[in-house]
Design a protein around this ligand. Structure first.
Ligand code: NAD
Length: 485
């Protein structure tokens, strides 16, 4: 049984409690891990505060070396990390192997970017003065993350937070603690004790990290509902939050789109990780003139995809991560069916699997924005399609949503591309290349998706505070009380 990481040591829960981790493809028990208590959270926060005093003074050169070492070690452990992620999270093994590569790339990116962290000297009020704008770490950052890309979402926070000179207390999702603890083991070999701590547990531990007077920034990725609760608790304490929340991304397909590309592209954007991606396409708007052909071809393509456990190389789509996540998808589809939606493929649990939280990839038409399936985050393998006449209408439909994380468009018409990226309210606008990440490209949302940015220079900025230093080095020349006399 793996243990939690507090102050450089792997320890059990102070309450002695454990919780079980299951395989979502088979519902079998995988292992038990410690269930952290509020007391454990306090110990981890105290250790991080102590470690921060030294870590903040670590040179950029040394931090770069340590972060590169972590990247290197993650690559060397691709096999075991990816296997744990597949067993506990359900995502196909090949996708998880890719995820480890992106994690390592993120550590390498911030290892180098932090070498350029700089403030600036600004014009001073008098010649005897030096006025500077400096960047400094917050102190202890609580990083709270979900399960769908467990190690990537950790890396997007931990790498820039450490690079900026903060100490970290990390709370992974209760659904994916095994790969997270393995990640902690890898990082811990390269960091001083207490600089990175990891607590496996539930919302009570996350809440303690938010309300603790000894954490200084809350970096959260997860659902809108949890994010709003964290924002409320943090606001009462005037604590800075960095919120990466849910999405309901639109995909617009214009009539000039090449359907050989657009059909698999839309399926990929909607069904990757069984639709459990924060930037999953959850609404498709197709121009009327091509809607029939696009839909028929999409249904035929989706019917060829193979469901199965993520450890099998033939699997295209794995299970959903848990029963309550499958229930949510099922409820939204059933509501749509009852209101008159046409289910063209899928719309049920696959009969060939007796166990596991599988749901068939589902294509629907005959929906509108009054359906929960078109308004609320689904986080499952559904592709609801609506048609539009004018491009203005497509943009209005895309924007008629509480969320604003990502958006996609297929077209070769530059006028449409410009109108789309100028008018769509989304943190990332992809054109003809869905869901592609770029370490240098800031990622985050607008509206209910939260306003934080990860990756890129902005992703480092989020973990740095700004300080203005005003220094008069001829103190004796001036008496301040009372300058107006
Ligand atoms: P969740 O909000 O249920 O849980 C996320 C984390 O918060 C977990 O570690 C959980 O234990 C913790 N938590 C729960 N209650 C808490 C509380 N009261 N205080 C502090 N922490 C608490 O989300 P989830 O189901 O694990 O993840 C799915 C959600 O994450 C989806 O909505 C998805 O869109 C979103 N997500 C967003 C991004 C992004 O970058 N915007 C990326 C991935 C996932």
């Amino acid at each position: 049984m793996p243990n939690m990481l507090i102050d450089g040591a792997f320890v059990g829960s102070s309450g002695g409690e454990l919780f079980a981790v299951h395989n979502p493809a088979s519902e079998e028990l995988l292992d038990h891990v410690p269930r952290a208590t509020v007391e454990d959270a306090r110990r981890a926060v105290a250790a991080a505060n102590t470690a921060f005093k030294q870590w903040r003074k670590t040179s950029a050169h040394e931090k770069a070396e340590l972060l590169h070492e972590i990247a290197h070690k993650m690559r060397a452990h691709t096999d075991d990390l990816a296997m744990l992620m597949t067993l506990e999270g359900g995502k196909p093994l090949l996708e998880n192997r890719d995820e480890i590569g992106w994690c390592a790339a993120c550590f390498d990116y911030y290892a180098e970017l932090q070498r350029n962290t700089r403030g600036r000297v600004i014009p001073s009020v008098e010649p005897s003065q030096l006025a500077m704008v400096l960047k400094e770490p917050y102190g202890v950052v609580a990083c709270i993350v979900p399960w769908n890309y467990p190690l990537l979402l950790m890396s997007w926070k931990v790498a820039p937070a450490l690079a900026a000179g903060n100490a970290v207390v990390l709370k992974p999702s209760e659904m994916t603690p095994l790969s997270s603890l393995r990640f902690a083991e890898i990082c811990c070999d390269h960091l001083p004790p207490g600089v990175l701590n990891m607590l496996t547990g539930f919302g009570d531990v996350g809440r303690e990290l938010v309300v603790s007077p000894a954490t200084h920034l809350i970096a959260f990725t997860g659902s809108f509902e949890t994010g709003r609760e964290i924002a409320r608790l943090a606001a009462e304490r005037v604590k800075k939050t960095h919120l990466e929340l849910g999405g309901k991304d639109a995909f617009i397909v214009a009539e000039d789109a090449d359907l050989d590309v657009a059909v698999p592209g839309v399926a990929w954007a909607a069904l990757l990780n069984a639709g459990q991606v924060c930037t999953s396409t959850e609404r498709v708007y197709v121009q009327q003139s091509i809607a029939k052909e696009f839909t028929e071809r999409l249904v035929a393509f989706v019917a060829t995809l193979r469901l199965g456990p993520g450890i099998e190389p033939s699997t295209d789509i794995g299970p959903l991560v848990g029963a309550r996540y499958r229930d949510k998808v099922e409820n939204q589809v059933e509501e749509a069916r009852a209101k008159g939606a046409r289910i063209l493929t899928g719309g049920k649990r696959p009969p060939q699997f007796e166990r596991g939280y599988f749901y068939e990839p589902t294509v629907l038409t005959g929906v509108d924005h009054s359906y929960r399936l078109m308004r609320e985050e689904t986080f499952g393998p559904t592709i609801p399609i609506m048609s539009y006449d004018s491009f203005d209408e497509a943009i209005a439909l895309a924007n008629d949503c509480d969320y604003g994380l990502g958006a996609n468009l297929y077209t070769n018409d530059p006028k449409k591309v410009k109108q789309y990226y100028e008018e769509v309210k989304a943190g990332t606008c992809w054109v003809n290349d869905p869901l592609t990440d770029n370490d240098a490209g800031p990622f985050g949302g607008m509206k209910f998706s939260g306003g934080a940015r990860e990756l890129g220079e902005e992703g480092l900025e989020e973990f740095l505070e700004t300080k203005h230093v005003h220094w008069d080095f001829e103190m004796a020349k001036k008496s301040w009380w009372y300058p107006y006399a």
